[in-house]
Write a protein that binds this ligand. Structure first.
Ligand code: C2O
Ligand code: CU
Ligand code: CU
Length: 489
């Protein structure tokens, strides 16, 4: 009897032990150093870069090579390069047609577009994905559309969606984070009759200014560090040096007038909270997929990785010569200095466009997507990405409700906010935890933040066939497998 009891106790101990180990390894990667949760692993080697201010570079508009007025043809080459972000120090980079980021592709609704993309990288594969663009899966540039070195890829598609600020970036399986971090990204702008008609600044590079905002970590040699420490595996790679259009500490002289800024959070993993140092308000006029119905007045904007916002900023309340700063969570990273009026006066429009509200009753299906796990085990619905597995099958032209919730992380350690993104369509947000979306999320969205414990309901019609990705846009999470694929037929 006594012996049996001992065996029973021993087995309970063993079972508890195994369970404990399993639980540890399941929810926490390996040897998690408790105290360094919020410290990058290689802190000693990181340098917060102090660089003298320089004028904001404006990415050039890419020249249209087509002679046919109804068509547009663009050429991009992905290449390895070097750039001096820090005087006297060379940083190895990647760029499209240049040494960092890429030129701006600008197209019109209704246009037939061909983009020839050449891979001259030393990497063995890249792809190019048109983030936010509604095209068929084989033109979308996901992980299936690999371009090997010396090869090119020339998708052709028709622009069938409204004016918007979209972007392009690589999407190779498990290498998206490093390639984007090294500099592969660019803007993709759509114009249409609505954007033509609106009386807002639209002179690109003059009063219509793109701001591609990113954060980087430089090592002591001035190099980009794409080396993932524990913190990066958990939260994605977050840097301590901000870049705007690839420049550290830039300034822009602005007329004392209304200016339009097209903001892209082009970071790998950081959520930005942007405001001006004088706390002046501005109006958001567009979200990811195009204009809002009306401008939304705000004095701070939160942008998750891959999200875009167009804002109108009225600099006329500044004195001539006065400088204000753009800040992220209270730290400045860019300056604006007010100069003389340009002579062009704009009022903030009262209406911008009309967006047909999608009705939850029109949805034929509801799907659930749950962000789960943490660190190397991040997943969606319990599954990590497998290029050979289709996770969800949809019917072409169906309208569906997607319920996206975030149950990743574990109580004690807090959770991580995950930006959800899906290819091939634009969504409307129905509600966040049952509440209507804030007014600046009432337009078209292709990427939206989901906070720990939150549930976001969105609705979309899937008008393009093929295979498309949905994933967390923290690129280190995406690369670790927080991604799935849909097939629309
Ligand atoms: Cu911006 Cu699947 O990506
Ligand atoms: Cu995308
Ligand atoms: Cu994530």
């Amino acid at each position: 009897m006594k012996k049996n009891f001992d065996i029973l106790i021993a087995s309970v101990v063993v079972i508890l032990g195994v369970f404990f180990l399993f639980y540890q390894s399941r929810d926490m990667p390996g040897q998690l150093p408790n105290l360094s949760m919020n410290q990058p692993a290689d802190k000693e080697d990181n340098q917060t870069i102090k660089v003298e201010e320089s004028p904001l570079p404006i990415p050039p508009l890419l020249e249209n090579q087509s002679t046919d007025p109804n068509k547009a043809e663009f050429h991009l080459t992905a290449q390895n390069a070097e750039k001096e972000f820090v005087p006297g120090k060379r940083t190895e980079t990647m760029g499209y047609n240049g040494n960092y980021l890429g030129p701006v592709i600008r197209v019109r609704k209704g246009e037939e577009v061909l983009v020839k993309v050449e891979n001259e990288l030393e990497d063995d594969i890249t792809t190019i994905h048109w983030h936010g663009l509604e095209v068929d899966g084989d033109k979308d540039g996901g992980p299936h559309s690999g371009i090997h070195p010396g090869e090119s890829w020339s998708p052709e598609f028709k622009i069938e969606q409204p004016a918007a600020t979209l972007w392009y970036h690589p999407h190779p399986e498990q290498q998206t984070g490093r390639q984007v971090y090294n500099g592969l990204a660019g803007l993709f702008l759509i114009e249409d009759d609505v954007s033509d008609r609106l009386d807002i600044p639209k002179d690109y590079g003059v009063d219509d200014i793109p701001l591609i905002i990113q954060d980087k970590r430089f090592n002591s040699e001035g190099g980009f560090e794409y080396k993932l420490g524990m913190h990066d595996v958990m939260h994605g790679l977050q840097g301590d040096t901000m870049l705007v259009n690839g420049s550290v500490n830039p300034f822009l002289d602005v007329p004392r007038d209304v200016m339009r800024l097209r903001l892209l959070n082009g970071s790998n993993a950081s959520v930005y909270e942007l405001n001006f140092s004088n706390n002046q308000s501005f109006h958001q006029i567009a979200s990811d997929g195009g204009f809002l119905e009306e401008p939304v007045k705000m004095d701070k904007i939160v942008l998750g990785p891959a999200e875009r916002a167009e804002i109108l900023v009225d600099f006329s309340n500044l004195n001539e010569g006065e400088t204000i700063k753009l800040e992220n969570s209270g730290s400045e990273f860019m300056k604006f200095t007010a100069k003389k009026e340009s002579g062009k006066k704009y009022n903030i429009p009262t209406t911008l466009t009309t967006i047909e509200k999608m009705d939850a009753d029109d949805a034929v299906n509801t799907r659930e997507f749950v962000f789960e796990g943490m660190g190397p085990r991040v997943n969606i619905n319990g599954k990590q990405f497998d290029m050979n597995r289709i996770d969800e099958e949809l019917n072409l032209n169906d309208t569906e409700i997607w319920e996206v919730s975030n149950e990743s992380g574990m109580g004690m350690m807090g959770g991580t906010v995950h930006p959800f993104h899906a290819h091939g369509t634009q969504f409307q947000v129905l509600d966040r935890d049952g509440n209507p979306p804030p007014p600046n999320e009432a337009g078209w969205k292709d990427t939206f933040l989901v906070s720990p414990g939150e549930k976001v309901r969105v609705i979309a019609t899937f008008k393009h066939s093929g295979k498309f990705m949905y994933h967390c846009h923290i690129l280190e999470h995406e690369d670790a497998g927080m991604m799935g694929q849909i097939k629309v037929e």
